[in-house]
Ligand binder design. Structure first.
Ligand code: IPD
Ligand code: CA
Ligand code: CA
Length: 278
């Protein structure tokens, strides 16, 4: 089997699924047990006991099945063989702020890049019992049913989602201007607090597009595979190929991609907002 033959990808997809489901049980078991919440550094960047336990459960599964692969896990950092062609990007709890407030909008995200290219993705939302699975060339499903992006063709008829990174108070490049501008141009912009669920919501056609800055590979690797396999498009803001470590992502149903890219490129500064007449 080659590095990414369909048979091999199917095996990795099953490993990712086992890991995500194991973590999901822990998130459910710990839900609303909110006594152990810490701040990691920046104000509002939280970590709970559930993040740590869920990550340990994922690592256990990966260590059993793929002990020679490299892992990038949010709470543990980089683990495993540095020269491996395989890199697992793990977010044990994507949507920690939601979780810590008892707002049930969080997921486990388990993605695999092979030779730098996202190839396998599983996102599990234990609160809706929705299991999103995809592998390159094998399609994307939610609870085993194929999913597909929306067919919305106009920005003015689209419903979007975005997010705001934890460094938003330290930079003027904080997405506030883009949020206002796109709210003005579309039927609405949501903010869910879980990047992986933003990507799966676009993948299954509930939303038409998503953009965000300040993301980490563990937020997006799984979701990128899911969205692309569901017929969507993922790039940098300007439409050029996505660079996972840049933190920026533009992800859509494909139809509205050039329009959203253009709007992001010409977003007026907040100080100019009153004179804006799009
Ligand atoms: C966060 C969520 C959120 C996004 C932040 C991420 P976390 O991940 O995905 O939607 O806006 O930038 O850091 O901290 O809940 O795993
Ligand atoms: Ca995250
Ligand atoms: Ca997280």
């Amino acid at each position: 089997m080659t590095l990414n033959s369909p048979e091999q990808l199917q095996i990795f997809l099953d490993v990712a699924t086992e890991a995500a489901l194991a973590a999901g049980v822990i998130l459910q078991d710990n839900y609303l047990k909110l006594e152990q919440i810490e701040e990691k550094g920046r104000p509002g960047d939280l970590v709970t006991e559930a993040d740590k336990q869920a990550e340990a459960a994922i690592l256990k599964v990966l260590n059993r099945h793929v002990p020679h692969h490299q892992i990038l896990a949010e709470e543990s950092g980089t683990l495993g063989q540095a020269d491996s062609e395989y890199l697992w990007a793990i977010d044990p709890l994507d949507g920690t702020t939601n979780y810590a407030h008892g707002y049930p909008m969080s997921a486990v995200s388990v993605g695999l890049s092979i030779q730098g290219s996202p190839q396998v993705g599983v996102v599990y939302n234990p609160f809706r019992d929705e299991l999103f699975r995809a592998a390159k060339g094998l399609g994307a499903t939610c609870n085993r049913r194929p999913i597909r992006v929306s067919q919305t063709q106009e920005l003015g008829k689209s419903l979007l989602v975005t997010g705001f990174a934890y460094d938003r108070r330290e930079t003027t490049d904080n997405n506030y201007a883009e949020f206002c501008y796109l709210t003005h141009l579309t039927q609405g912009v949501r903010r869910s607090g879980s990047a992986s669920l933003d990507l799966t919501d676009v993948a299954c056609g509930r939303l038409d597009g998503y953009w965000e800055r300040g993301l980490k590979p563990w937020d997006v690797v799984a979701g990128i595979v899911l969205l692309e396999e569901a017929g969507g498009k993922v790039t940098a803001y300007d439409g050029s190929p996505i660079e996972i470590n840049s933190g920026r992502i533009l992800a859509t149903n494909g139809e509205i991609h050039p329009y959203l890219s253009k709007a992001l490129g010409e977003t007026p500064a907040l100080s100019e907002w009153k004179s804006t007449n799009p």
